[in-house]
Ligand binder design. Sequence first.
Ligand code: PXP
Length: 258
Amino acid sequence: MNPLVSPAAAPLLGVNIDHVATLRNARGGGFPDPVRAAQQAVEAGADIITFHLREDRRHIRDADVERLKAVITAPLNFESALAPEMLDIICRVRPQMVCLVPERRQEVTTEGGLDVAGQFDRVRSACARLAGCGCRVSLFIEPSAQQIEASARAGAPCIELHTGAYANAFDAGDDSARQREFDRIVAGLKLGRSLGLQTNAGHGLSLQSTPAIAVLPEVSELHIGHALIGHAVFVGLTQSVRDFQATIASAVATARGR
Ligand code: PXP
């Protein structure tokens, strides 16, 4: 069994700060600073700071990554495309965690999961290289048996299941699609665990759609960005992190009778 797996605990919260950088870049200056946001999120209770250095640098930039590494005390989760340039940067920066994601220039956000089965040799060699650099590697994949089994064979200790379809169905009030996507996530988590993987979840989750995922005992980490930064517009970043942590904690306590 993977030693990272801790089934009884509430999932850790990874706060994705990309959208603070998006806001900063809208005006070309240095405000608001995503590194300051990361510091504040950690002080408010974020367990992990997540960011995605995209190949087009549309939000997080190289200098942000260097500063995050220098000042943030919580583990950093570096989301990255499977690109040689990115792997070089990661092996120089050495974040504690790396999450390999698919990336297309035209997309608004990460659409779909990484096709591990379809580019198996590339993924396996990236997993080996990143592990050799001391990073815990996670693969961001659809909750499909084919991708989960390929991830385990590729040597990743961890997967993050894409919750976007579930979250979209939840937000649209489409109960049958929500249930179908939820069932896929549950089955995927169980399969991942049975293969000895740490199983995380993320994408598109809001305060409302998070609890049902947070209570699943196989979920070790939740990675949340857009809705948490959006909520911060109204309540402030400190309160937003606290609201998400409280929502997760209370859902887990209720589900586990504590
Ligand atoms: N997990 C992964 C792998 C992602 O790529 C993203 C988006 O960057 C997230 C989680 C967070 O998604 P959202 O911003 O929709 O909460």
